[in-house]
Design a protein around this ligand. Structure first.
Ligand code: AHG
Ligand code: MN
Ligand code: MN
Length: 334
């Protein structure tokens, strides 16, 4: 057995040693999130046999059909954070309002968590990657009280940590803090996330672009110009590759490892963007920036500087490697 492989818990505890002022609360929170992720992973892996496929017969606050796994993941993450002593409240894509935990331990804790419990749920029935996205903020209200809406509506650049779990060909948990981005792969033989991708950096150069081409005719002209550029050979004869999985977690994960640009522009009925600022775009933009990439809401607007006005706000998003983002910015700002 390779004893050098570090589990998520071992890693976060080692990090504590490096930062003597740290209290260990964030480590505890990551452990609780990791536990919920392992429970969800078990259900994801048996989705085909466990009468958990298909829709739960409800419409969520976003007006979308709720899949059974969406509900299951939502319940697991919220109950894990409710029993955690490191979280004073949760906001979830699947819940209309935030949930404030009012027991003494929770009220005395300093972090709130925002969640997309199941991302890419359209992929569940067809055995393609899905994920979970989480984001951690330090509360603005005083500890000892119940948390309030303002604790959740902070700009993305003040995130304490953000991460995702990808349930793919293997299950991984990737998280960023202000210092670094670390990737862990679930070792099913011991049921632990083990450090497999230390200090992740998004390649500065790549040739992959990712966007839903199906909505091409609904995008604004400048976005179409950027897509046209990537579809044609560029002035140096460079040919770009296109990927689209239909799961933001999978797109961002690929972009972190192989580089590229992921775009989810505004279109049609989603004139303000489709993906959610607080649950999807802020955490992914934080991870991307900490890995050395860029994340924008428009050609000139850094996504992490937006101040959310409501929990379920949507936003256009463009993120990825510097060379691809430079090309995109040059075109949309021209
Ligand atoms: P969710 O499953 O949380 O609703 O999010 C799915 C999102 C996102 O992850 C993905 O990029 C997008 O939906 C795909 O939708 P389209 O196929 O309509 O582009
Ligand atoms: Mn999602
Ligand atoms: Mn979701």
């Amino acid at each position: 057995m390779n004893r050098k492989v570090m589990t998520l818990d071992e890693f976060t505890i080692q990090e504590l040693r490096n930062y003597p002022g740290a209290t260990g609360q964030l480590s505890g929170l990551l452990r609780d999130i990791g536990l919920a992720a392992k429970r969800v992973n078990v259900e994801v892996n048996k989705a085909g046999i466990a009468d958990i496929l298909g829709e739960a017969g409800k419409i969520n606050v976003q007006g979308e059909k709720v899949k059974k796994l969406d509900e299951f993941a939502n319940d697991q993450f919220i109950s894990s954070l409710r029993s955690s002593i490191y979280c004073c409240g949760v906001a979830s894509e699947e819940e209309e309002n935030f949930i404030a935990f009012d027991d003494e331990h929770s009220k005395n804790s300093k972090y709130v968590v925002l969640l997309d419990p199941l991302d890419g749920s359209g992929n569940i029935d067809v055995n393609v990657s899905i994920g979970t996205i989480f984001s951690v903020y330090r509360r603005l209200t005083p500890t000892g009280t119940v948390c309030e809406l303002e604790d959740f509506l902070q700009p993305g650049y003040v995130q304490i940590a953000a991460g995702y779990i990808i349930y793919g060909s293997s299950t991984m948990l990737v998280y960023a803090t202000r210092r670094s981005v670390q990737g862990f792969t679930l070792d099913p033989s011991i049921g632990e996330f083990c450090l497999s991708h230390p200090n992740l950096k998004c390649p500065g150069e790549s040739d992959i672009f990712s966007v839903n081409i199906g909505y091409y005719h609904l995008y604004e002209d400048k976005v179409r110009n950027a897509i046209d550029y990537f579809l044609a050979k560029d002035e140096h004869g460079k040919i770009y590759r296109h990927r689209f999985v239909g799961c933001m977690v999978a797109e961002v994960h690929r972009t972190l490892i192989q580089g590229g640009i992921f775009m989810y522009p505004a279109f049609g009925k989603y004139a303000g963007g489709r993906l959610r600022l607080c649950y999807e775009c802020n955490p992914m933009s934080f991870i991307m920036e900490k890995a050395g990439g860029l994340a924008m809401a428009t050609g000139r607007q850094r996504l992490l500087e937006l101040k959310p006005s409501k929990l379920h706000q949507r936003v256009p998003v463009f993120l990825g490697s510097r060379n691809m983002m430079d090309v995109w910015q040059r075109i949309v700002n021209s």
